[in-house]
Structures are given as structure tokens and as C-alpha cells.
Design a protein around this ligand. Structure first.
Ligand SMILES: *[C@@H]1O[C@H](CO)[C@@H](O)[C@H](O)[C@H]1NC(C)=O
Length: 316
């Protein structure tokens, strides 16, 4: 079996119109083979690229835009309550005018929380990845350290950072455009790039291949699962991406953090265009992506959460 992760519970934090959700998949498969998410309560709309971590019984959710919005909830299904911005005064990184702060990823290393974020705008390749630290996660407690100092490259865009601690090493996975997902290591403390040349983790070399981005590596039972989003993420009605081109969640798996990663049918995810679909559009869910994984305290199972556009709910 390729999927050691029982994807039986899905949490979805929605894009713009709909809701975050928590659901037992096996009980709620409405014939399209993919678990329907369950709506969450509270602040669950205008949510992009959610990243959730738990501290002292409270869930903290970080999302793109608004200088990284922080919301908390006692349960993954809500009610989520907005607490404030992570970077209250914005970032010290300046890459372009009308830039935005995207794709937060928060990890605890030692006693400190590290929040990685990207600074970019749509269609812009001069992006950068920054980091801020806190000892509590709460708004007002964060110190911005600015750019991590990763080198720019014509092969990738410096967006969608995600840190994974494995053994004694901090691995930073990032990117999209134009050659897929990349990874490098960061020293301890993981604040500044240390000249370890980034390597490619996943790439589709096919003509007209979809963009791959928003990687999140989840370690489970000795395997590393590289989840990422493929396709067009963010178009709004009436210009939604055509069915087939829209965002979807895929996965590759490796026995090592650094790869090689393979898909379900054994294709290498860098050299053989491998990649297995996990969650695509289904039911009311359109263009799911920006996913993350968290282990549900109650069941002990990994949960996948993601944003999507609702096809039926009022989208404004
Ligand atoms: C790679 O791109 C091709 C062309 O768009 C597509 O048909 C294929 O499904 C993609 N492979 C993966 C793993 O996403």
C-alpha cells in the first residue's frame, strides 16, 4: 500500500466563500471517492494557505495576506477566532510595490517558534522568503528577521516555505516555478541560509505541465510524504480556472527527507513526472490546495486541511 496515512479525516479551511471543515472521510464519501470536508465555524472564509499548529490545547491557524492572519480555536472545526496579524507592521523585506505576504509555515525548533513566509505578488519571480520568531505564537510577540537569504534562481521562485526538522537537521522546502519544488538545509538556529545549494524534490517536465507549489512534508511511520498543490490556485468567479487546470493536492513519498520521492505507481517525482492525486475538485469543493497535515489528538490520525472555493456558497 502506498498510503500509509489513513486519510480518513479531512479538515478544510476554505478560500473566500466557504468553510473550514473536519470530517470522517469514510463516513462521508458521497460517491466521488474523496472525503467531503466538514464546515468549520467562526472565521473560516477568506482563508488561504492555512498552516495549523497546536500549543497547550489551543490550535493556531496562520494564513496568507493581512500581514499573516492569526486565528485560534479549541477544536480544529472551530469556532476560529481572529487574533491579529503576525507581522503587524508588515515585513522588512521589500521585493516590489503592492507585494503581499503569503504562505506562512510555523514550526517549533527548541523553545522558539519560527514563522517562514514569502513576499511576492502574482506572476512575479523576484520573490523572497523571510522568517519571524516568537516564544508564544500570539500577535504582538513576533520579531521579524527579514530575508532568510536564499539565492534566487531561474529554476524556482522563492515562495511557499515549509520547515521540517528531521534528525538534527532543519530542512526548508520551498518553491514553484519554474522547475517545481526545491529543498535546502538551514543551520541551527534556522534563521539564515548556509550555502547548501538547493536540490529539486519534485518536478513535472511535461509540456504545459501545471505549476507545482505549496509543498508540505509530513513524516509518518518512517516515510516522508511530500504533499504539494498543482495547478491554478487563485482565480475567482466568473474566471475560475477551467476544470482540469485548477488547483489540486498531490503527493510523492520517500524514505528520506531529501528524496528521491516516488508516486504510487513508482515513478520518480523529479525524473519521471511522478505524482499521485490525493484530493481534487469534488462535490462543492473546487480547486483544493494550500494544504497541511496535523495529527488529530483525539484519534491519533493525520488530518489533511486545505483551502478551496465553494461552488455553491455565496462567494464574495
Ligand atoms: C504532468 O503534466 C502533464 C501535462 O500537463 C499532465 O498530463 C500530468 O498529469 C502531470 N503529471 C503529474 C504527476 O501531475
Amino acid at each position: 500500500m502506498f498510503f500509509q496515512i489513513p486519510l480518513v479525516t479531512a479538515l478544510a479551511a476554505s478560500s473566500l466563500a466557504s468553510a473550514s471543515t473536519l470530517r470522517r472521510a469514510r463516513q462521508h464519501d458521497h460517491g466521488h471517492g474523496t472525503p467531503d470536508p466538514e464546515f468549520c465555524s467562526g472565521g473560516c472564509t477568506d482563508v488561504h494557505d492555512p498552516n495549523i499548529i497546536r500549543k497547550d490545547g489551543l490550535y493556531y491557524r496562520f494564513t496568507s495576506f493581512h500581514n499573516i492572519a492569526i486565528a485560534t480555536a479549541e477544536s480544529l472545526s472551530g469556532p476560529w477566532e481572529y487574533q491579529g496579524a503576525l507581522l503587524e507592521d508588515g515585513t522588512m523585506i521589500q521585493v516590489t510595490e503592492d507585494q503581499n505576504i503569503w504562505g506562512p509555515n510555523v514550526q517549533k525548533v527548541g523553545d522558539t517558534f519560527y514563522a517562514y513566509y514569502s513576499v511576492s505578488k502574482m506572476g512575479f519571480q523576484g520573490s523572497d522568503i523571510g522568517v519571524a520568531t516568537s516564544s508564544t505564537l500570539d500577535p504582538g510577540s513576533w520579531t521579524d528577521h527579514g530575508s532568510v537569504g536564499l539565492p534566487m534562481s531561474s529554476f524556482y521562485n522563492l515562495i511557499d516555505p515549509s520547515l521540517l526538522q528531521s534528525g538534527d537537521t532543519n530542512y526548508l522546502t520551498f518553491g514553484s516555478y519554474w522547475h517545481g519544488i526545491y529543498q535546502t538545509t538551514l543551520p541551527d538556529p534556522p534563521l539564515m541560509y548556509d550555502n547548501e545549494e538547493p536540490w529539486n524534490l519534485a518536478y513535472n517536465s511535461s509540456v504545459n505541465a501545471a505549476v507545482w507549489e505549496a509543498a508540505f512534508i509530513f513524516q509518518w511511520e518512517g516515510w516522508f510524504f511530500l504533499f504539494y498543490s498543482a495547478g491554478e490556485c487563485c482565480r475567482q468567479p466568473p474566471d475560475l480556472a477551467a476544470p482540469g487546470d485548477e488547483y489540486r493536492i498531490q503527493v510523492c513519498r520517500s524514505s528520506s527527507t531529501t528524496g528521491p520521492y516516488y508516486d504510487r505507481s513508482g515513478r520518480d517525482c523529479v525524473t519521471e513526472n511522478g505524482g499521485t492525486l490525493v484530493i481534487g475538485s469534488h462535490g462543492d469543493v473546487y480547486a483544493p490546495g494550500g494544504q497541511g497535515i496535523i495529527v488529530d489528538e483525539e484519534s491519533g490520525w493525520p488530518l489533511i486541511y486545505y483551502h478551496y472555493r465553494s461552488l455553491t456558497r455565496d462567494c464574495s
